[in-house]
Every structure is written in C-alpha cells, then in structure tokens.
Design a binder for this molecule. Structure first.
Ligand code: DGP
Length: 123
C-alpha cells in the first residue's frame, strides 16, 4: 500500500495541523487522541512514513524499530502508566480494513488510567 502524504498524522508531523503533544524525540511523536476512550488515550507515531504496523514491522530499518520501541517505554513512564510507577495500559494498533484503521500512518494507541476491560468486543 502506498503511503498517502496527505493523511492527518503526516500533516501533524509537518506542523500543518495542531496536536496536543505529550512526547517527542528524533523518531517518534505522541499526542492525545482527539476522541479519547480512556482517561489516558495517547497515540504514538513514528516520524517515518509507514502506512501501518504491518508496513513498519516489515520495512522499517532495525534502528528505527528499536528507537520507536524505546520511545514507547519512555512515553508510558512519562504518562505514569508503566508497571513500575503505574497500573498498566493496553497498546493497540489497527491495520487495514479488518483492523478498522482510520488514519493510514502507523500509530500505537496507549490506553490506561482505568481498567480497560475486555480486549475486543465479541460481537
Ligand atoms: P485508527 O486509525 O482506527 O487506529 O484510529 C485513529 C485514531 O486517531 C482515532 O482514535 C481518532 C484519532 N484521530 C483522528 N484524527 C485525529 C486528529 O486530527 N488529531 C488527533 N489528535 N487524533 C485524531
């Protein structure tokens, strides 16, 4: 799947649209989800142009995957949802049609601040 440079998160990365930023480093940006589904609902995205987790996992250079993963750990600690200082969280990424992905730039949802409940709606 070709990366669409006009997607909303690409515009946020270019500074063309605002976001409520909570974390940024060389490889990643994290900001509050516009439609929060938990007290903590933050999206973390790589700065590289990847359509989905599937694209990122298959095609990103090793260093980018490592840096992104470490950025997630720093973010969860800053958010206070990590297992040392907090009560945990759920990390979700939606990919493609069956994953019901809305924005075609890879993003990880970090959900916490309460017990998140069942993993998926069984319906
Ligand atoms: P999904 O692609 O299905 O994983 O969901 C995309 C998420 O992105 C959804 O929870 C709402 C959020 N979102 C969509 N547009 C914006 C936006 O412009 N700003 C922010 N902060 N979040 C957005």
């Amino acid at each position: 799947m070709t990366y669409d440079t006009g997607n909303i998160f690409a515009k946020i990365l270019r500074g063309e649209l605002p976001c409520n930023k909570v974390y940024e480093d060389d490889c990643a940006l994290a900001f509050h989800d516009i439609r929060p589904q938990a007290p903590v609902h933050v999206l973390v995205i790589p700065k590289g142009a990847y359509v989905s987790y599937d694209d990122f996992a298959a095609n990103a250079p090793d260093a980018e995957i490592l840096d992104f993963t470490r950025a997630v750990a720093r973010l969860t600690r800053e958010l206070g949802v990590d297992l040392d200082s907090g009560h945990g969280y759920r990390a979700i990424t939606n990919a493609g049609e069956h994953g019901v992905q809305e924005v075609p730039h890879f993003h990880l949802h970090i959900l916490g601040g309460r017990n998140i409940g069942r993993m998926i709606d069984p319906a």
